[in-house]
Design a protein around this ligand. Structure first.
Ligand SMILES: *Cc1c(COP(=O)(O)O)cnc(C)c1O
Length: 462
């Protein structure tokens, strides 16, 4: 299995190389050369299987010969052993035909753990084999950073630097990033918003001297290994509700388009997914894109669902690449327009394809609070604000097809919003109960590429 760039001008890579690289050298994102499919019977056989068994079947066709079958099984088992729910990704019923996929039972209480725990183990296996040392730099709107730190803390051949927007993440998110004691963990609070963090990170990857000098590796949601790990729970949840004998729809709280793109891959692999609904908060660039056919960048307005406060939705490029029939030159031109003019217009043919695959909706702050309040009364489920955005949008598109909404984080990660909506203060799980007493360690940094490069070089030289 080879991987190609969405901009068509970077070398083809193996799974292992694509995973270790992150961003392609032409600025594009890696996607598999062909999307493998699973047969009806292969999907049927998942009924009653463990999450780990399903994960193996779904991901195995993508990894080529990077790991032996036995190694790969061991990596999967190791990745999910610390989850606090035996089902890993349990499905709960909210209403007669509306279900919630709980993705917050991992160590840092957000869905990011599903991918990050797995790629942490895969990176480690790969580095042990090659003897290489790498520098991971990631940008986060809150949850990727904590999940990456959890996955890579204390690893011998890895330094991990996380850029988060100063003052724009929740206190629990910040403390998860600033309290680990391992010296290979570096939390950097940057002036600006998440899009600024993501932009400076992309500039770092496009500076090839620096990139090669420090062996830069990326674990942001554009990393193919992460998208792949997220495909699994679309299968496990749909199968638990009767797929492949019946179709299922999904609503996905969306920021960087990683999670919903994983749903798209599941569909292309043969899972009978009827609708894939993009749910956004008031930072609704994706919703507007589908409505108007143009992607127009506006400023980010902070919300109670900070992990979705994004205007440059990186993984959308992968969907665009598919909608344009894998025409990398057109994708490169559109991405260039986005960077230089802050906007691009999608061709009629491509937007029709996107609208066939995805629908969308957005939830205001008031609607999000109301969904948290109402859902507690209706089903007893305490939603985090991101999940509440999803439930709000999903409730509008109810029909005869079962709807699964992804619950992307645990309510205790966003206690202020949850308490304001319900009067209840969601407690942190026992393994994190002393989070507020732990010592914080963080470096405040400006939004300045050269300052950051110098800091990273100095830290890894120690
Ligand atoms: C990252 C995140 C999202 C957005 O996911 P994308 O893959 O970036 O679209 C939504 N909710 C929570 C809680 C998150 O951490």
């Amino acid at each position: 299995m080879k991987y190609v760039s969405t901009r068509g001008a970077a070398p083809e890579l193996t799974f292992e190389e694509a995973m270790m690289t992150g961003l392609a050298r032409d600025g594009g994102l890696y996607v598999p050369e062909v999307i493998p499919t699973l047969s009806h019977n292969q999907i049927l056989a998942m009924q009653g299987q463990s999450y780990e068994e399903i994960a193996y079947t779904v991901m195995h066709p993508f990894i080529g010969d990077t790991f032996t079958d036995e190694e790969f099984r061991e990596l999967i088992n190791a990745a999910y052993v610390d989850f606090r729910h035996a089902a890993r990704a349990p499905v709960k019923q909210l209403d007669s035909n509306h279900f919630l996929l709980e993705l917050f039972h991992g160590p840092t209480l957000a869905f990011k753990d599903f991918a990050m725990q797995l790629i942490g183990h895969m990176f480690q296996a790969s580095l042990t084999r090659s003897g290489k040392r790498i520098t991971i730099v990631g940008a986060t709107s809150g949850d990727t950073g904590s999940a990456a730190i959890e996955a890579f803390r204390g690893l011998k051949n890895v330094d991990v630097f996380i850029l988060f927007p100063h003052g724009r993440v929740s206190e629990v998110q910040r403390r998860q990033m600033t309290t680990p004691v391992e010296p290979n963990v570096h939390a950097l609070a940057m002036d600006g918003d998440f899009d600024d963090c993501q932009a400076v990170l992309k500039d770092m990857f496009n500076d090839f001297d620096f990139r090669d000098g420090v062996n830069l590796a990326g674990v942001n949601s554009i990393n193919w290994g992460r998208v792949l790990a997220q495909v699994v729970y679309f299968f496990s949840s749909a199968v638990s509700l009767g797929a492949p004998h019946r179709s299922i729809s999904f609503t996905v709280p969306t920021g960087n388009f990683g999670d919903i793109f994983a749903g798209y891959i599941a569909k292309r692999m043969g899972l009978p997914i009827k609708e894939l609904v993009i749910a956004t908060n008031h930072n609704d660039i994706l919703h507007r894109t589908l409505q108007t056919g143009s992607q127009v960048k506006e400023g980010v307005t902070p919300s109670i669902s900070p992990s979705m406060d994004i205007q440059v939705s990186s993984n959308f490029e992968r969907a665009l690449f598919e909608a344009y029939g894998r025409d990398g030159i057109t994708v490169a031109a559109q991405m260039d327009d986005l960077k230089t003019k802050g906007a691009f217009t999608i061709s009629q043919g491509a937007i029709d394809i996107l609208r066939d695959t995805f629908s969308s909706g957005c939830a205001s702050e008031d609607e999000t609070y109301a969904a948290i309040t109402d859902e507690l009364v209706r089903s007893g489920e305490l939603l985090c604000p991101h999940s509440a955005v999803g439930v709000t949008v999903a409730d509008r598109s109810q029909n005869a097809i079962p709807m699964i909404t992804l619950a992307t984080a645990h309510p205790a990660k966003f206690p202020e919003a949850v308490e304001k909506a319900t009067g209840l203060h969601p407690p942190l799980p026992p393994h994190m109960a002393d989070l507020y007493e732990r010592l914080e360690r963080v470096t405040r940094v400006p939004n300045d590429l050269s300052v950051l490069k110098t800091l990273i070089k100095e830290r890894i030289a120690k």
